[in-house]
Design a protein around this ligand. Structure first.
Ligand SMILES: Cc1cc2nc3c(=O)[nH]c(=O)nc-3n(C[C@H](O)[C@H](O)[C@H](O)COP(=O)(O)OP(=O)(O)OC[C@H]3O[C@@H](n4cnc5c(N)ncnc54)[C@H](O)[C@@H]3O)c2cc1C
Length: 512
């Protein structure tokens, strides 16, 4: 395995030094930064601007116990059931017990959670939850409203510096663990950044697949760099496919999501004949855990030969729908679908990575000084499948815990000597990186999607290893090279884990 994406030809022109570096400006990164001691100088890097992340797109809400008739123990049970028994119970307890405290902090920070007619927090329900405990903001713009508030507060703090449009490439280590990182700007100028505390909050891996709800930045660069640096992984076979991406006749770089809460508010899944098909497949029918709904839809599409099925929410008044789901209502309307009158065409798409960089309860990884939070981490909370809307809560709870650990353990250990290791130059690699990305996505979508087979996985592994070898043998300073390398490395890890786990469990479904 290649240790560094960079090679010996890279000559950084800049150098910087921070107490703490956070890569990623989604909810995990921002909340971690806000919980750091003000005495620590922290830099938050983002690949593009702050409005391009999974966090920004999160619609449905944040699952947390706030109602008097609810209890963390019930939230715990729902999470364990969704995770098919593979959750780390200590991590789940941490999530559900400490989550209310972080939500209280968000409320104090003025995150504008929606209120009901009595001025109380408005709580909705999503698949797998036995209580109404999903808080939302701006109707279906929970992520955007949360990011905007956290980013604003962080921008007022003297100890937090934002550097967007900066690409994180590699983790540097020495005998004491993390010693820094390599980043490059949009002009391809490389920079060494010295730090002993690096928090990876680089989000999802959606671009591994042809169709995903994740934005184009979701190429899993943090995950791939951590693999190269020797971090441990867990649960890479567990990938959540959202049952209801908005179906479109044209291929899109990001599938628009029809949030689960549309079904939570009574939306029914129907085939082209207008027949419901989830009844009898699970006691919760349309609100069954996502993997069951995704496979239900996938099998219904196979049975009918159709490319999609539908959500019917036409029984709700238009005014109500426009108010409760403004983003979905307007996006569908833009595409000529009035959700108050028309069925919404949907199909399964990649949505969320349950596995990732293995961490402990303080977001620490196997590499000293390297932390991982949010979607790129595997805290053990999700097990084989994520309970809807638990992920933003995980970003908050473990983002804060990473900060607490850094605050407690921080010592301004100067990095000694030369940061950059001596590397040889690899031959220049010229290839069509866009076409290569499409090939990676096709291999993964054809063989590692909702339903997997031994034969398909073995074929995918062979082809993906060849791609990794080809990319590792050469070098190109273009960002597209780094991203394809990330995608191929992650894909190999996903396929290997999928092959190793022979039984079907949670989101991982093996037909053979
Ligand atoms: C459409 C959609 C709807 C969702 N709805 C919900 C919901 O209702 N409830 C819920 O709990 N969860 C939901 N999720 C999941 C949830 O939003 C994410 O799991 C969570 O927000 C991830 O946050 P994060 O901070 O880990 O990463 P992200 O928010 O994805 O942020 C990743 C950051 O890393 C940066 N980055 C990545 N690579 C690099 C690099 N190489 N160099 C520099 N920076 C880099 C990016 O620029 C970005 O700033 C949804 C996800 C999607 C896509």
């Amino acid at each position: 395995m290649l240790r560094y994406a960079i090679d010996g030809s890279v000559k950084p022109e800049r150098h910087s030094n921070y107490d703490v570096v956070i890569v990623g400006a989604g909810i995990a990164g921002l909340y971690c930064a806000l919980n750091l001691s003000p005495s620590l100088q922290c830099c938050v890097f983002a690949k593009e601007t702050i409005d391009i992340s999974n966090s920004w797109l999160a619609q449905g809400g944040i699952a947390v116990v706030t109602a008097p008739d609810d209890d963390p123990e019930l939230h715990f049970k729902d999470t364990i059931v969704a995770g098919a028994g593979l959750c780390d119970e200590a991590a789940v307890h941490t999530l559900v017990d400490e989550g209310p405290r972080d939500i209280a902090a968000l409320i104090r920070m003025n995150v504008p959670f929606d209120l009901n007619e009595y001025g109380e927090l408005d709580r909705t329900r999503e698949g797998g939850h036995h209580k109404n405990r999903i808080l939302h903001a701006g109707g279906d713009a929970t992520g955007r409203e949360t990011v905007k508030t956290l980013a604003y507060i962080a921008s007022q703090r003297d100890n937090i510096i934002f550097r967007d449009n900066t690409f994180f490439v590699d983790i540097l280590t020495d005998e004491n663990g993390v010693s820094g990182l390599i980043v490059k700007d949009d002009d391809g100028v490389y920079e060494t950044v010295a730090t002993r505390h690096l928090v990876l909050c680089t989000g999802g891996i959606g671009q591994v697949f042809e169709s995903s709800t994740n934005p184009a930045v979701a190429t899993g660069d943090g995950l791939a760099a951590a693999i190269r640096a020797g971090a441990e992984l867990r649960g890479m076979e567990f990938i959540q496919f959202h049952p209801t991406g908005l179906w479109s006749p044209d291929r899109e770089s990001r599938a628009f999501l029809i949030s689960e809460s549309v079904r939570g508010e009574g939306g029914l899944l129907k085939n082209a004949q207008g027949e419901r098909f989830m009844v009898g497949k699970h006691e919760l029918a349309e609100l069954a855990p996502r993997d069951i709904v995704a496979r239900g839809i996938y099998n219904e599409m196979k049975r009918t030969g159709e490319s999609h099925v539908y959500i019917d929410i036409t029984h709700e008044p238009e005014e109500e729908l426009a108010h409760r789901f403004p983003t979905i209502y307007n996006e569908c309307l833009r595409r000529g679908i009035n959700i108050a009158k028309d069925f919404i065409p949907v199909c399964p798409v990649h949505h969320y990575m349950m596995g990732g960089i293995k961490t402990d309860l303080y977001a620490r990884t196997a590499v000293k000084g390297l932390y991982a939070c949010g979607e790129t981490a595997s805290t053990g909370v999700h097990g084989a499948n994520r309970l809807a809307s638990n992920s933003m809560l995980e970003c908050l709870v473990f983002g804060r815990r990473a900060a607490e650990d850094i605050n407690a353990a921080f010592s301004p250990a100067a990095t000694s000597g030369e940061l950059l290791p001596a590397l040889t130059a690899r031959p220049a690699l010229e290839t069509d990186f866009k076409a290569l990305r499409a090939r990676i996505q096709h291999i993964m979508s054809a063989n590692c999607f909702v339903i997997r087979t031994k034969e398909g996985l073995e074929t995918a592994l062979r082809e993906m290893r060849q791609i990794v070898d080809m990319l590792s043998a050469g070098f190109n300073s273009d960002k597209a090279y780094d991203e394809d390398l990330s995608l191929a490395i992650i894909s190999v890890a996903i396929i290997e884990s999928s092959l190793a786990r022979r039984e079907s469990i949670g989101a991982h479904y093996r037909e053979s």
